[in-house]
Write a protein that binds this ligand. Structure first.
Ligand code: URP
Ligand code: ZN
Ligand code: ZN
Length: 484
């Protein structure tokens, strides 16, 4: 009989398609066999546990370099620890581009930082200035190096692109074979409402939600989709906050547009009302798009309807941690900064899988295979990492999470094991919890105890997946991109 390095015995293996009881054997960091009665040098008893692919978090901000010279508090090391604690084994963070500057130097710096990552990673390349000198030469190099996701923002100073610039990035992606990921909110609309809110004497964190109502996100989402149809370039919409926005994606999918979309746990369990807490407390919940209605008329139900209908394909964390204390985080502009000057983002690397499982599977909205598809298989497929990541099958990397579906846990910041000094999910009760995480065959978390080795993570070059390829359909049969 073959001898394996490790056998996970007697658990329920869950894939994106089905669930079945069997052993999983691992050799040299890969899944070597599925079967019964497998023998190995080490046996892990998984009876009563779900055996699922390690999570692939395809939207998280880690050690991100910002234009003002600041760097996000969450380093690759701390992010890796937090991800393993939560059952995630692959992350896709963001390499920067600063306006007016070529990318090369900053990308090299970002790669140096990522070289210390304990967790496997790929990158999205942010494009804030498609007109920057040298970019036309750099982009083919960047894509050829395995970064096949270009991220654009339709809002935020100093990141947002206007329509012409967005068309330019869509065109470049079409020519190079990359996917475009988009933050959809209308820049001018938010600016206009924010100025009015400040004039009205409403500078507190609660105004964040008022500055960017759903229609602001819906308009930008529709525009992002329509312009992608004009070019015939596949896109992925980040952090959809509500059903009203998801409707635009449903309509686009019905028209045959090559589009995928994600939502995040903050839109399932947080609400705009959280930002109305006294003093600076509301800043803990500020992220963009804003959390919407909670409670009886919760917008989360619209999201779950879109998830079960197949409109939303991925659940990412959009982990973007800023501590509440200290001078690097939410108070970087002072404790009395108005809502327009408080950094946006909430941490969620370790919480993503547990909240999704609890609100989804334990609450009876989806089944365990849906959970695997949303948190691991689809993100791996979408970003060119499949079949190495996102599935349990011979040949795939042995990235596995053992999950106790019945364990009840109350979330605390300590459980998140991140570098940020709070979690917006403090006190949230979840049912279902990761008890062991295995990354490329190595045990990296057992009962919350993480062992993460700096530099053990590998860069994952993305392959050109079928979903990234244009449809071959352009309006009026004139392919303007071919002449741009
Ligand atoms: O508020 C958020 N989401 N901050 C992170 C950056 C982004 O927009 O994704
Ligand atoms: Zn965003
Ligand atoms: Zn983000």
């Amino acid at each position: 009989m073959q001898n394996f390095d490790l056998v996970i015995r007697g658990g329920t293996v869950v894939t994106a398609a089905d669930s079945f009881e069997c052993d999983v054997a691992i050799r040299d960091g890969r899944i070597a066999a599925l079967g019964n009665g497998l023998a190995g040098d080490r046996i892990i008893d998984a009876k009563g546990l779900l055996v699922m692919p390690g999570g692939v978090d395809s939207h998280c901000h880690i050690e991100q370099l910002e234009a003002d010279g600041s760097i996000h508090e969450e380093t690759f090391t701390t992010a890796g620890i937090s991800a393993f604690a939560g059952g995630t084994t692959t992350v896709i963070p963001f390499a920067p581009q600063f306006k007016g500057q070529p990318i090369r130097e900053k990308l090299a710096e970002y790669r140096r930082r990522a070289a210390l990552s304990p967790i496997d990673y790929s990158f999205h390349q942010i494009i804030t200035d498609p007109d920057a000198e040298g970019l036309a030469e750099e982009l083919p190099e960047i894509v050829a190096s395995g970064i096949r996701s270009l991220k654009v923002f339709l809002t935020y100073d100093p990141l947002h692109l206007d329509d012409r610039q967005y068309l330019k990035v869509l065109t470049a992606a079409k020519k190079l074979g990359a996917i475009i990921t988009i933050h959809c909110e209308n820049y001018e609309a938010i600016r206009w409402r924010s100025e009015a809110l400040l004039k009205a004497g409403l500078p507190g964190p609660a105004s964040h939600a008022l500055s960017r109502p759903k229609v602001v996100e819906r308009e930008a989402t529709y525009r992002a989709i329509a312009l992608s149809e004009l070019v015939d370039q596949p896109i992925h919409i980040f952090h959809v906050s509500c059903g009203e926005v998801a409707e635009e994606i449903t309509r686009a999918k019905r028209r045959g547009v090559k589009i995928t979309a994600e939502t995040c746990p903050q839109y399932m369990v947080l609400g705009a009302g959280d930002m109305d807490r006294p003093g600076f407390e509301g800043a803990k919940f500020m992220c963009s798009p804003s959390p919407r209605a909670a409670g009886d008329a919760s917008d989360a139900e619209g999201l779950w309807a879109a998830i079960t209908a197949g409109t939303l394909d991925i659940i990412s964390s959009d982990h973007c941690g800023y501590s509440i204390e200290g001078n690097r985080g939410k108070k970087i502009n002072g404790a009395d900064a108005d809502f327009t000057r408080i950094p946006n983002g909430v941490p969620g690397l370790a919480a993503r899988m547990a909240i999704t499982f609890s609100e989804g599977v334990s609450a009876g909205r989806i089944d365990a295979s849906d959970f695997v598809r949303l948190t691991a298989t689809n993100p791996a497929k979408r970003f060119g990492l499949y079949p190495r990541k996102g599935l349990i099958a011979p040949g795939a990397d042995a990235d596995i999470v053992l999950w106790d579906p019945g364990r009840q846990v109350t979330l605390t910041n300590q459980l998140m094991q991140h570098a940020i000094d709070y979690t917006p999910y403090e006190g949230l009760k979840v049912t279902g919890w990761p008890v062991m995480t295995i990354a490329r065959g190595k045990l990296v978390m057992e009962d919350g105890k993480v062992s993460a080795t700096a530099g053990a993570g590998e860069f994952l070059p993305a392959s050109l997946s079928p979903a990234m390829k244009p449809r071959g359909v352009v309006p009026d049969d004139f392919d303007a991109a071919a002449f741009s």
